[in-house]
Design a binder for this molecule. Structure first.
Ligand code: ATP
Ligand code: MG
Ligand code: MG
Length: 551
């Protein structure tokens, strides 16, 4: 088994609790509802909710909803479902940063009265120009010295919608020469004449991320505000607000390295492009690295949580994580927990010439080789069966241990058969094999010879048609968005989806939505939770059998 990877935040919190600096931790997971959650978010969810779970604290779910133009109720619903599906429960109600808009507005007025904020009439381009660069200090805006009275009046009129978008902003008055550009009078409020999914048309101004996040943490009593490393440079600003406002509580920001996975995009904006351009079939297409896509593909919550435990939590950027680690996590879960079944993806008919037409024998087979708690399956053998086209070769090399003319192979759970005749159509395609059964081989080796190969098969009479969708990576290169000059869409894998008209053993008829199986010798599959019905079963390949993860 895998040893737990280091998690520096967990170690730190444990020390703080043991040392008595903290009694109960409060964390939060703060998604913006502008898309579906992806595997990167799963890392943050497992970290925040996991810490609360392990340390006897609580974790809030808070929507960071300060940008109404990009946000939607549908994303809120999907995010809640994903967090619950992963097995986590938020403490208290679902929270919204927009719950605090009144308080934030009052705090903005407080900063104005303290001469720490002002309304600026510069255009967005001018603000950028005045801000300076890493090597050049910024210049003060000509509007920086407005009186508190005038600022309060202008802010109120901004709120009421008297000005157009972009005409004015509210800025903190900090330090235009600070070496940290985030402190050069950051923007606190922007004018947006947009309707908001929670607050409707109440507001014509919306607070910035920086002016919202720490104060929301403070209002909620968050102790550890955990975020990704891009926000390290924002920490002085996070603390500046806490120090200049009469907040009820002082949370602490801690940064960790975000997850990057090879062959995978972890950016909502880019994933949204795949959806909008209809390159995939929605946010939960089984090829998407979204939590809901992985769910549809057949991933389990346990596997995703195990993966997040395996990658650990560090401050230093760990580079690209190998997707083989993720597939290893789901494969080992399914290896232990998925019942087995036989399913032929590319059927080739085989007539067992010495089995009478009306003959039928039924094998009682274990549902799982190591799990006697799983029900047995009934597997019927009849005169006509299907095997997979790939398990037959006409001109087979010596090392081919499956079926070939004049050669023998064992049918899994059944007899050894010998291929006596190959039937072809006019185009020379093999359409049928005629084989004979050695009836003295059920559950025992054949006399005087070794038969190495074992292949899966399904009775023609009893097999059930299945639509099987074989998924592969969406992208052909490890970092599809690495090169800024190349469109990541140029790296799409044209073969990310192959559909097979397969035939499965009768036990599969009972597969409800999200039922997971190992199709023996083929891979792990999951009944599609949306489109699979008893009349038309649809299975998604979760992952193949071969594990390529090397620690
Ligand atoms: P994206 O760029 O995909 O939109 P985001 O960070 O803007 O991601 P948020 O909704 O703001 O998306 O993220 C919610 C939380 O998830 C944040 O705390 C963020 O730091 C964390 N998070 C997002 N992406 C990753 C990632 N790849 N690895 C770890 N944590 C992440
Ligand atoms: Mg974002
Ligand atoms: Mg964000």
């Amino acid at each position: 088994e895998t040893t737990p990877a280091p998690n520096f935040i967990r170690n730190q919190v444990r020390d703080e609790i043991e040392g008595g600096q903290v009694t109960k931790i409060v964390t939060r997971f703060p998604p913006e509802p502008n898309g579906f959650l992806h595997i990167g978010h799963a890392k943050s969810i497992c970290l925040n909710f996991g810490l609360a779970e392990q340390m006897g604290g609580e974790c809030h779910l808070r929507f960071d909803d300060t940008n109404p133009a990009k946000e939607e109720q549908a994303y809120i619903d999907a995010i809640k479902e994903d967090v619950s599906w992963l097995g986590f429960q938020w403490a208290g109600p679902v929270r919204f940063a927009s719950d605090y808009f009144d308080q934030l507005y009052a705090w903005a007025q407080h900063l104005i009265r303290e001469d720490k904020a002002y309304v600026d009439d510069l255009t967005p381009d001018e603000i950028r120009e005045y801000r300076g660069t890493l090597t050049e200090p910024g210049q003060p805006s000509p509007y920086r010295e407005r009186s508190a009275e005038e600022n309060l009046d202008l802010l109120e009129r901004m709120r009421l919608g008297e000005f157009a978008e972009g005409e004015k902003v509210l800025r903190a008055k900090i330090d235009m020469a600070s070496p940290n550009i985030n402190l050069r009078d950051p923007i606190l409020y922007r004018i947006r004449h947009a309707s908001h999914h929670q607050t409707g048309d109440k507001w014509k101004i919306y607070p910035s991320y920086d002016f919202t996040h720490g104060q929301s943490d403070a209002i909620e009593g968050v102790t550890h505000s955990i975020c990704t490393l891009e926000f390290e440079d924002h920490r002085p600003l996070y603390e500046w607000f806490l120090n200049h406002l009469p907040v009820p509580h002082k949370p602490r920001q801690i940064e960790f390295a975000r997850l990057n996975l090879n062959y995978t995009l972890t950016s909502k904006r880019k994933l949204k492009m795949l959806v909008d351009e209809q390159i995939v079939d929605g946010w939960d297409d089984p090829r998407m690295p979204t939590i809901s896509g992985m769910r549809r593909r057949g991933y389990t919550p346990a596997a995703i949580r195990k993966f997040c435990e395996m990658i650990g939590v560090t401050r230093a950027d760990g580079g690209l994580v190998d997707i083989a680690m993720l597939t290893h996590a789901i494969r080992s879960d399914l290896e232990d927990n998925a019942p087995r079944a036989m399913c032929v993806l590319k059927p080739l008919k085989v007539v067992l010439t010495n089995v009478p037409d009306d003959h039928e024998e039924v094998y009682e087979v274990a549902g799982h080789p190591a799990r006697d708690d799983m029900p047995m399956r009934k597997v019927p053998l009849t005169r006509e069966i299907y095997i997979d086209q790939d398990d037959f070769m006409e001109d087979a090399p010596k090392k081919f241990f499956r079926l070939a003319p004049g050669k023998e192979v064992r049918l899994r759970n059944s007899y050894v058969i010998c291929c006596d005749e190959v039937i072809k159509d006019d185009a020379g395609e093999v359409t049928e094999l005629r084989c004979s059964v050695d009836f003295d081989t059920l559950g025992k080796n054949p006399e005087g010879r070794k038969v190495k190969g074992v292949i899966h098969w399904v009775s023609v009479d009893h097999g059930i048609p299945l639509e099987v969708r074989l998924y592969d990576n969406l992208f052909m290169v490890e970092q599809p968005d690495r090169d800024k000059d190349v469109d990541f869409l140029d790296h799409l894998n044209p073969e990310s989806l192959t559909v097979c008209n397969a035939i499965g053993e009768p036990s599969l008829a009972e597969a409800g939505p999200e039922a997971r199986y190992q199709f023996e010798r083929v891979g792990y599959f999951c009944a599609d939770r949306h489109v699979s019905t008893p009349d038309h079963l649809v299975f998604n390949r979760t992952v193949g059998l071969k594990d390529s993860w090397a620690k």
